[in-house]
Ligand binder design. Structure first.
Ligand code: FES
Length: 326
């Protein structure tokens, strides 16, 4: 067993056989993370001293970063006592737990997205922050991440699930799930949630079912009557992919800009990539908070281009949806 000290905060934790991120979370540290698969880069930390296992460069971490002692804590194991540097989260995230929850509703939303609604009760519930995700396990498939699409303290948990072509798990869910049966859920997970401390105007950017966690945050803001100016950009491929009507109550309180990348006839709205619509509308992003959810390439491009337009890195909040086709 090794000891790790986070020099940024002075917090210490022990690492046994698990990776460094899991070890820290188990001991109650609030570290930033997302996918837990080495794909999003949110758990990057600087190794000040000590020895860790090797990781390979990918879209989330470059060779230069690895050469400069930066690593992904979710992929990395301690080989000695360590000193690391990583910013911890200011917000206390509710602890994760595993539950069996009854399926309350299964609602088709369009041709390839459905809503799965699980029943929460006082005795059997998961506490979470608006925007977080949970892992679902069903039959032979375990720990598949899906963002929660509703607000905390509802008596249900809802997910927007896109049925991926050739995707074993999402097709199984779409075809086999029955109302009244149980499904295993573990959560909450991830450090994507609403930053209540800020007073900046907010830009929300959702690609496809990236609307789910964005919806949770918008509903939270409206429910708690928080005074924040919100502009929502929702980008999908064609008109058929808008799987949800934006509620009238939202339209009275936020600005909604739908964007199509590949419109059919009779579309008079915005066309192109959804992040580009933001760049076209606002030349200086330095005073905004921006929340982005969707495909990894969209999130990465949004991050790079928004920062070029003045967005402060600490005001960029993102959740990359890794499409699981297995
Ligand atoms: S890369 Fe570690 S949490 Fe995503």
């Amino acid at each position: 067993m090794y000891q790790v000290i986070n020099k940024t905060t002075g917090n210490k934790f022990k690492v046994n056989k698990d990776n460094i991120l899991n070890s820290a979370l188990k001991e109650g540290l609030f570290l930033p993370y997302g996918c837990q698969k080495g794909l999003c880069g949110k758990c990057k930390a600087f190794i000040v001293s000590g020895e860790v296992s090797n990781i390979t460069p990918n879209n989330a971490i470059t060779k230069e970063e690895i050469d400069n002692n930066i690593t992904l804590l979710c992929q990395c194991y301690a080989k000695s006592d360590l000193e690391i540097e990583i910013q911890e989260l200011a917000t206390r995230i509710p602890p994760s737990s595993k539950k069996n929850m009854k399926i309350k509703e299964i609602n088709a939303l369009n041709y390839d997205v459905f809503e799965l609604v699980l029943e929460q009760s006082k005795e059997n519930k998961i506490s979470f922050l608006a925007g977080q995700y949970a892992n679902l396990s069903y039959k032979k498939y375990i720990d598949r991440p899906f963002s929660i699409a509703n607000t905390p303290n509802d008596d249900f948990i809802s997910f927007h699930i896109k049925v991926v072509k050739g995707g074993g798990f999402t097709n199984l869910l779409a075809n086999d799930l029955k109302i009244g049966e149980n499904i295993e859920i573990e959560g909450p997970k991830g450090s994507f949630y609403f930053n209540e401390q800020s007073t900046n105007p907010i830009i929300m950017v959702a690609g496809g079912t990236g609307l789910g966690p964005i919806k949770a945050i918008i509903e939270y803001i409206i429910k708690h009557q928080l005074k924040r100016k919100i502009t929502l950009y929702w980008g999908v491929n064609t008109q058929d992919d808008f799987y949800l009507d934006i509620p009238k109550e939202w339209l009275e309180k936020i600005t909604f800009i739908p964007v199509l990348s590949n419109p059919k006839k009779n579309w008079h709205g915005r066309i192109g990539f959804v992040h580009q619509a933001v760049l076209d509308d606002i030349s200086d992003l330095s005073n905004y908070d921006i929340y982005v959810c969707g495909a990894p390439i969209m999130v990465k491009t949004a991050n790079e281009t928004f920062i070029e337009k003045g967005l402060k890195i600490e005001n960029f909040f993102s959740d990359s949806f890794e499409i699981n086709t297995k």
